[in-house]
Design a protein around this ligand. Sequence first.
Ligand code: ATR
Length: 280
Amino acid sequence: MNHNSVIDRYCVMGNPVEHSKSPWIHARFAQLTGQALHYGKRLVPLHGFAASLRDFIDSSDGAAKGCNVTVPFKFEAFALAQHVSERAALAGAANTLSFSSSGIHADNTDGAGLVRDIELNAGVKLAGKRLLLLGAGGAAAGVLGPLLHTGLTQITVANRTLFKAQQLVQRHAALATNGTLVACTLADVQGRFDVVVNATSTSLSGENLALPANLLQRGALAYDMMYGPAAQGFLDWARALGAEPRDGLGMLVEQAAEAFFIWRGVRPPSAQVLQELRAL
Ligand code: ATR
């Protein structure tokens, strides 16, 4: 708690935001680490992100220390910040903002959250493996940089619209060694992969995936960045092909843990909180 006993305030800003699990996750993190803070949620009008953010900061008497940003404001959050981390710059989007006397700091913890969930919670080490990333929109852009830092030997970005996959790959070319990062369409995926990550915005199922069936290594990890019904079609498709399915609930908890660490300097017990969340 700071000297004037005002509790530090955080929130998640989005539209929709009603069903966000972030307030529960951060309250649990705070409880388990003994941090005094309040974490709420703010429904932001579709054209009102800047005003809403200003209001959160200005109306809190200095207690507002940061916020998470979710759909569809991650790009705007990035553009509004005075300071941006390298990973936010690569993604062109921010999911975590911190406020200080020098302004708004933007970061993006989505990629770190995905990598930590795959490596720590699912127990799959990415170094030396081949990964297929499906999609080239905001969700894919948010995770490609951190994936490139894991020592994967191959990352193929496959997207319905080839041009967008090529653009995303081009933007990350400096992080990749020759030939390890390639772009293609969904139908043109070549080779076999140890990990497939679905970062498309639809709940893809077998019929509308239009992917070659033989692209999964035996026992491959099939990861959907969404959870609940939205992830079901893709995970069912992968399971039927003998892959190990995993939804994005762990990524949600781990990106929150990374944000919590940025704000509080403490790592919460994220694996425990993920277990608790699954049991709810
Ligand atoms: P997000 O922020 O969730 O990534 P987005 O930026 O609109 O949302 O990107 C959506 C992604 O899902 C894109 O990769 C999109 O493919 P296109 O670039 O070809 O549009 C992909 N996507 C959406 N609907 C799809 C479908 N029915 N089949 C395949 N890919 C789809």
